[in-house]
Design a protein around this ligand. Sequence first.
Ligand code: ZN
Length: 153
Amino acid sequence: MILFQERSLASVAVDVHAIMCARGVLVRERCDVENSGSIYWSDQEEKWIVDLRAQESWVRKRYTLAHELGHYVLHLGNGARKDLSPLHRTENPSTDRMEREANQYAAELLMPAGRIRNLYRNGTPLDELAAMFQVSKAAMGWRLHNLGLERIG
Ligand SMILES: [Zn+2]
């Protein structure tokens, strides 16, 4: 039983860093940034770069990276739209829409609805789900809530 759990833990969590590397995106951790993360085209490096705030937890960095991947895929044309970079967070509604879409992309990538529903209905508790999918308990709580599976708090 423990063996099975270990195996499922290893296979279930998406490796977001590997996905970014496969697309040629340079992922860096920096201590001197204020945002959790950002994605932008660098003429100097001739690469897309994601900067992650180094001080944040591993699960938070994973979520931020998945969010930036959402921008890359949904809003930056898989890297074709260098003119849109960097993405700034403003009160502009279209930017807010992009933020929501990037969050939805991250949630579905890290916590696929079908697998979460099955595991939850089979009795897997929230903290175990969070550990399996390597997300924060807060993120898993929101995901269960948004899938209509559990109330927050
Ligand atoms: Zn964003």
